[in-house]
Write a protein that binds this ligand. Sequence first.
Ligand code: CAA
Length: 379
Amino acid sequence: MNFELTDEHKAIKDAAKDFAENEIAPTSVERDIKAVFPFEIIKKLGELGFMGMMVSQDRGGAGMDTVSYVVALEEISKVDASVGVIMSVNNSLVCYGLEEYGSDHIKENYLKPLASGQKLGAFCLSEPEAGSDATAQKSTAELHGDHYILNGMKNFITSGVNADYYVMQAVTDKSKGYKGISTFLVEKAYEGVEVGKKEDKLGIRSSDTCSIGLNNAKVPKENIIGEEGMGFKVAMTTLNGGRIGIAAQALGIAQASLEAAVQYSKERKAFDAPIANLQAIQFKLADMCMNVEAARLLTLQAARKKDNNQNYIREAAQCKLFASEVAVKNALEAIQIHGGYGYVREYLVERFLRDAKITEIYEGTSEIQRLVIAREILK
Ligand code: CAA
């Protein structure tokens, strides 16, 4: 497999880097502290085509491949992982499912504005009692005439407060287990959709997370995505691509941690010389560099398999698992190299650790990724 980026990929990487450094970085510290959503940044990302990167151009997207998405998302997340997750959810968890499984009605009315960045999307699978065990859905959807009536509660929804549209799972036939789950496009504005309290989080604080209550929410019949009973399959295949996105987000944090550690170790003096001269520091930097490179190769491998229409379930789980664990390790090592300065807000590395931790949890915990990998190699 060729891991060289094409000139086009390099141009996308440069454009994302330039945007991140000039448009995202100036406000990232304050947005993290105050937990402020990056409205203007997301709007501009949409105008640049970064919110629907893999959606075909006739559906409002940028018509790019998954490798382009990965390189762009790494650069954005390197500067601000909160912006990274908002971008990743809209691209991977929302636009993908609409394009892959949605009817013309869904594509025309919802995919186009989402892919072009005019609207923002969120993915609502998790519930208070359905996290890793995603089949344990309790939310229900009953067909009454022209509408489904949805009841239940969705939990930990990234962008739930500020999204316009939700891709949401609910049970249409309890007797069929996970084969009785369906997926719907639900507008936040629909009667009976109740946005819960915004969570106060450890990291990725500039992205919002909340619960969504469904209290006899009326969803038009034509807003089903795929057929009744296909909802779990829609969610799982969507999450395969989502995991590549989270790997790219984690990669950005891991690379940012490495670069901060390299810079600091060249500037900081101890025992009359830069600490970069010390083998204790060099060994840490070497491991950080090797791990981030390995994570990048795993992520590009999964992206290329997806682009080549090959099975990428295992590769997606592997890159998400490895990159997220590297993000946490690299952030921890960057703090260790910074010493006391790493523990205070003056330097960015403490945020890298807070942002990194969630990448081991959302879109399937590390334990679920190991389970997915094991099931794929044992089947
Ligand atoms: N890709 C495609 N299909 C898959 C799949 C995958 N990765 N994983 C499972 N399936 C399919 C199976 O093939 C099976 O289909 P068939 O009946 O056609 O054979 C069906 O789904 C049921 O699968 P299992 O029997 O393996 O179900 P299980 O209950 O034993 O295990 C699980 C399922 C893998 C644990 C799954 O529940 C899972 O992935 N859990 C993690 C959920 C998750 O990632 N949540 C993230 C929430 S979203 C989020 O975090 C977004 C955000 O805001 C950032």
